[in-house]
Design a binder for this molecule. Structure first.
Ligand code: BES
Ligand code: MN
Ligand code: MN
Length: 462
């Protein structure tokens, strides 16, 4: 494409400043105190899509946060790319661990990002990555090089489970019709090893509540004589893994796809340094399911993790008490073919069955979604591969990720098209953690790679 590199280079300061402005709005979807900011962000995304050349942009109300839809249809006979992204972000806490405030973006140099990285909540997940698509569109429209039709669907509830987006997709199949879905909301192996994400894990997220006596009790007067809900809950949770870190829920592995030795050998070729991995996390050993490598444990294997646990006295000093209730939030990451609703049921049945007499257990499902694998023998993947090859000078490696974007499986079901996951983040970007950042190199490379996808996808569609 003509002038692609020079256009990005000439406009890079503006691209960075525009993203910084977007990052200043705290669009935290989980916390209703930020509802106004969420709407403000949606309006901002709308106006930027208009400026970048979309013909029609609208804010679509839902029962939750709005969806921004935009399109530029140049010719009904040409293919259509549907871009999905999310403008909502995770809550930033714990705030005291940030080296600069989460909604006051700053550029800092790091060992990895000598040219700088933008530090802010949402810098990588997903405002930075969705904005690459807006700027890629600006390049194509302003230089008259948009080769096909484009639609944008940017939601504000990804971080809370995309509950209302499912309904929107089901009700707007014609409007959203497309030939390929393009998403940048994942990562790549490293700055000099581009990769394309070919799989996402599914998810089942549940909350459990264990109730013992009807009130908090004196732990001296009653201790030892009644079931302590916190003791029981931790025991029950501990029993969910066996000594090989295999998950102990009947039926849990029934539908898990076992990869062949050839496939596992192919996967193992992706560059990975265990030493660097441990060093980056400050741990002296990795931990996980027997018989699988670290990379396999967080891509092709399902997991069960406690995300939060509470109950009893946690304030200053000591209070001698047996709490009436104990709670935990538990997530299960699933792999293709495991059905998240079935897994949720299996968890509930099992967890209730292991509760001893003296307590009652309540399991409340939160949200979930199916995993996703995309084949590499389709023109979407091939177009993406050629795009990376041009911009990075290297063929990208296909790789499954451990994260989840639950809506992707629904896209395939409802819209009947494949999703291509062109992510430009790095594991070290600290998404969902304090000090989230996005390398300027990654941001600008993304803007440079995306138009090439459009070009090759249109060519290969002929
Ligand atoms: N963008 C992430 C998912 C992701 C990140 C996938 C990196 C692969 C690599 C997304 O915003 C996210 O955080 N998803 C949630 C699930 C959601 C239901 C809250 C997740 O994976 O925890
Ligand atoms: Mn995301
Ligand atoms: Mn996220």
């Amino acid at each position: 494409m003509e002038n692609l590199k020079s256009y990005v280079n000439q406009n890079k300061d503006r691209f960075i400043n525009e993203l910084i402005e977007l990052l200043k709005i705290p669009s935290i979807s989980a916390d209703s105190a930020y509802d106004k900011d969420v709407i403000k962000t949606a309006e901002e995304v709308k106006s930027r899509l208009e400026k970048a050349g979309c013909d029609k942009v609208e804010i679509c109300e839902t029962d939750g946060h709005p969806i921004v839809y935009g399109e530029k249809i140049i010719d009904k006979n040409l293919p259509t790319v549907l871009v999905y992204g999310h403008y909502d972000v995770q809550p930033p806490d714990p705030l005291d661990l940030w080296t600069s405030p989460p909604f006051e973006p700053v550029i800092k140099e790091t060992d990895l990002h000598r040219e700088g990285a933008i530090y802010a909540r949402g810098a990588c997940d997903d405002k930075g990555q969705l904005y690459m698509h807006v700027k890629a569109l600006e390049f194509m429209t302003s230089t008259n090089q948009l080769p096909c039709n484009v639609k944008f669907m940017i939601e504000g509830e990804e971080e809370v489970g995309s509950v209302n987006l499912s309904k929107y997709v089901k009700e707007n199949q014609d409007k959203l019709s497309n030939d390929v879905i393009l998403i940048s909301d994942t990562g790549m192996i490293s700055k000099d090893t581009p990769s394309i994400t070919t799989g996402l894990r599914g998810l089942s997220y549940v909350e459990v509540e264990v109730t013992g006596p009807n009130r908090d009790l004196h732990s001296g007067l009653y201790g030892g004589a009644v079931a302590n809900p916190i003791n029981i809950l931790t025991k029950m949770i501990a029993s969910l893994h066996d000594e090989n870190n295999h998950i102990n829920i009947p039926g849990f592995y029934d539908k898990v796809e076992e990869l062949s030795q050839e496939e596992r050998a192919e996967m193992a070729k992706a560059p990975f340094s265990l030493e660097k991995y441990k060093k980056a996390l400050d741990i002296d050993a990795v931990y996980g399911e027997e018989g699988y490598s670290t990379h396999e444990r967080c891509s092709i294997r399902p997991t069960l993790d406690v995300n939060g646990i509470w109950g009893g006295y946690t304030g200053e000093g000591a209070k001698t008490v047996i709490a009436s209730k104990a709670y935990a939030k538990i997530s299960m990451r699933l792999v293709p073919h495991q059905d998240w609703k079935e897994i949720t049921e299996q968890f509930k049945t099992h967890f209730e069955s292991i509760a001893p007499k003296g307590v009652t257990v309540k399991v409340t499902p939160h949200h979930g979604g199916q995993g996703y694998v995309t084949p590499i023998d389709n023109i979407g993947y091939q177009a993406a591969s050629k795009a990376y090859e041009d911009s990075f000078g290297k063929k990208p490696i296909p790789q499954r990720s451990g994260g989840s974007i639950p809506i992707v499986a629904l896209f395939e079901e409802e819209l009947k098209s494949k999703t291509i996951l062109m992510g430009f983040g790095l594991d070290s970007d600290a998404i969902h953690s304090p000090n989230e950042h996005f390398g300027l190199f990654n941001y600008l490379k993304g803007i440079e790679t995306i138009p090439l996808f459009y070009k090759y996808f249109t060519e290969l569609s002929k």
